[in-house]
Design a protein around this ligand. Structure first.
Ligand code: 6R9
Length: 658
């Protein structure tokens, strides 16, 4: 390991074996000089740069002539608009034709030894049959189909079947409650929902169809429920005429169904994500640009080759699963892991056991999982991991100590570690090291990806701060292929959230520091978004769930640092006059959050107290955060508070909360 100190941190060069070892494939990019030359061209002349890359990576049904049109300023950026593309052909058919027996999906079931591999030939047949079944249920081009499924191959087959018809999927993370499912189905006006009887995770069974049953009566656009049977023994009640078993319908259809051809700007999927308001936004990704971004980042950041076996332990309910379990790896034509379980079942060595058995070449998880495994102890990291070349981290800043544990203990100093910074809205990585070439600085996401003109803006005057060693908010100057185009049925919301705050730029919502070497260090959200174990939530959503309880007058939710989950939620609650807090009420409030959002949003602590409000009625969350951090003496100016005495009251309540 080569380490050299700089003023800010130390630098680790990527292991030389990634270039020299005869047993590893030749890296897709050879040097930092090559990165710099390509990066500069991508900014100076995006048309030539992305035109060439799009021709190399994507099979076009009709070649495009126009690479890019529109702009961030006008919220009308569009790519390759005069071309035609078949997304499913690019992801499945072309590999099934060229390398039919190569593995596409490596299914690792919750229980050891229950998984199986699916070749590209098989995947084409399975996706075709499923597409035939969906068409028979009335799904056509442009329709929305909701998917509420665990991490099993049929989930990926369903996604691909939806896009094979030119329809649009919207995946709802299987941890969401029936209310959240209802909201997403209604906002997207989905026609069909695909679900499972129950999911298997960490040795437990979790009912899924019953959640859909509760949502269904409130979703007028739904016409059917397609149900995959995960547990042959589970007694699942099926409603005649509405619910259809997958195994009764799907096998009836031919093993080849022609793939839809669409305009590159045709939506590929919607994915709901939390912003600073209470209502989640349906982020819209389109076909050509998104697939290009997914494939290009896999190729250069993870150095993914068609012969590789990509391991991402995320979930397709979030963007990481969309881009780095499904779309990126299948665009490249590599094998990709579909892992149903948890890192701790049957014990904390599960990940490394999978790496050994499947000879995974890339490994991609969130810092929250890294911290969990680091805490469990090095003795669990005992399996052969020599197949690994690039390790990735995603979802929140990774502390240098966790980075070094990942690098030294998991990677044995033989792998590159890519701290990949991106968002649901960016579609694919926007700041990250490129595995085999970029010198790493633990704690920094390092350098922008091709086409990402990252700028630091002073939040006080909205001006770009040029040069290095500068801190501010992170924004992007011009459009890039995989950027979200809009919010589903909410283009104004799209403009207001991302484009209005700093006109001419896409605003990420994150604070960042650019060090003297031009490396970017993400500081975290500057808005009211909290990140719990890599799950993104808005404080407003949790507040809304609490306020829905009859006894609650008002609530303020803040994220506080947590060693394991990154952030945890603390909720301040002002009860209605005459109501007093008790254990039963606390239980009801927790239940309210669990049932309106999902168990992962449960507040760590409820604090019953008054709230610090300005004279205009705004809650000053800054004060709540300071008090929780034990820094009540550093609250600073409280003169804008309507009732400055309230601070004493809150400090007292925090001390007495449990
Ligand atoms: C991919 C994903 C996006 C927010 C983002 C930022 C945080 C993601 C990060 C990171 C520091 C990283 N984030 N990756 N912060 N370093 N490598 O997580 O998408 O769920 O939309 O969340 O996550 O705050 O703004 P999403």
């Amino acid at each position: 390991m080569t380490q050299h100190a700089t003023n800010y941190s130390f630098v680790i060069d990527p292991p030389a074996r990634l270039h020299k070892d005869a047993s590893v494939p030749k890296p897709n990019i050879s040097s930092m000089e090559e990165y710099k030359a390509m990066y500069e061209q991508s900014i100076r002349d995006p048309t030539t740069f992305w035109g060439k890359m799009a021709r190399e990576i994507i099979h076009w049904e009709k070649p495009f002539e126009t690479v890019k049109q529109g702009s961030i300023e006008n919220a009308d950026a569009a790519w390759f608009t005069d071309g035609l593309i078949s997304p499913c052909y690019n992801l499945v058919d072309r590999h099934a034709i060229e390398r039919p027996n190569d593995i596409a999906l490596i299914y690792e079931a919750d229980e050891l030894n229950e998984g199986r591999n699916i070749t590209y030939r098989q995947l084409l047949a399975d996706v075709s049959q499923c597409a035939g079944a969906l068409a028979s249920l009335g799904v056509t081009k442009g329709d929305r189909v909701a998917i509420y499924m665990p991490m099993i191959p049929e989930t990926i087959i369903a996604m691909l079947a939806v896009i094979r018809l030119g329809a649009i999927h919207t995946i709802i993370f299987a941890g969401f409650s029936s209310e959240s499912v209802t909201d997403r189905i209604n906002d997207s006006s989905s026609k069909l929902i695909i679900t499972c009887d129950e999911s298997h995770r960490g040795g437990k069974r979790i009912p899924l169809k019953s959640v859909v049953n509760r949502a269904y009566p409130n979703c007028p656009t739904l016409t059917n429920v397609l149900v995959f049977q995960r547990s042959p023994n589970a007694s699942t009640a099926m409603e005649e005429g509405r619910d259809i078993w997958w195994h009764d319908l799907v096998p009836k259809f031919p093993k080849y169904c022609p793939p839809a051809v669409v305009n590159p700007e045709h939506p590929l999927f919607l994915l709901y994500t939390s912003g600073s308001t209470g209502k989640p936004k349906g982020v819209v990704h389109t076909t050509g640009g998104y697939l290009l971004g997914a494939a290009a980042t896999c190729k250069y950041i993870f150095d993914l080759h068609p012969t590789d076996r990509m391991g991402c332990a995320g979930d397709v309910g979030w963007i990481t699963g969309h881009t780095y379990i499904v779309y990126g790896p299948l665009m490249i034509g590599s094998a990709t892991l579909v892992f149903e379980g948890t890192p701790a079942y049957p014990d904390y060595s599960r990940y490394w056991d999978m790496v050994e058995r499947h000879k995974l070449t890339q490994w991609y998880i969130a810092p929250t999982a890294i911290r969990l495994l680091q805490r469990a102890g090095d003795e669990y990291v005992k399996h052969d991991r020599s197949s690994l070349r690039v390790l990735g981290s995603v979802g929140e800043p990774i502390a240098p100590e966790s980075f070094m544990w990942y690098y030294n203990v998991v990677g044995q100093g033989r792998c590159a570690v890519a701290d990949t910074y991106w968002q649901t809205e960016t579609g694919s990585h926007i700041v990250s090291s490129m595995g085999p070439i970029t010198p790493m600085k633990p704690g920094s996401a390092t350098l922008p990806f091709f086409g990402i003109d990252a700028v630091i803006i002073d939040p006080l005057d909205g001006k770009v701060i040029e040069g290095n060693d500068v801190e501010g908010v992170l924004a992007i100057r011009s459009s890039w292929p995989s950027a979200a185009r809009t919010v589903w049925r909410g283009h104004d919301r799209f403009i207001d959230t991302y484009l209005k705050p700093y006109p001419g730029f896409y605003f990420t919502g994150d604070g960042a520091y650019r060090d003297k070497d031009g490396y970017i260090w993400i500081r975290g959200r500057v808005d009211d978004v909290v990140n719990i174990s890599g799950h993104r939530l808005s404080t407003a959503e949790i507040e809304a769930a609490l306020i829905s309880h009859d006894s609650v007058a008002e609530s303020a939710v803040v994220g506080i640092p947590d060693e394991l989950t990154g952030q945890a939620v603390n909720a301040f609650i002002l009860l209605k006059p005459g109501v007093t807090a008790n254990a039963d009420l606390e239980k009801q409030l927790i239940m309210s959050v669990r049932s309106t959002i999902g168990p992962f949003a449960t507040p760590r602590k409820l604090i019953f107290s008054d709230l610090p409000k300005t004279r205009s009625g705004k809650i000053m969350r800054r004060i709540l955060r300071k008090i929780l951090a034990g820094e009540a003496d550093q609250i600073g100016d409280v003169s804008t508070l309507a009732e400055p005495k309230v601070v004493e009251h809150i400090i007292h309540a925090v001390h007495h909360a449990h």
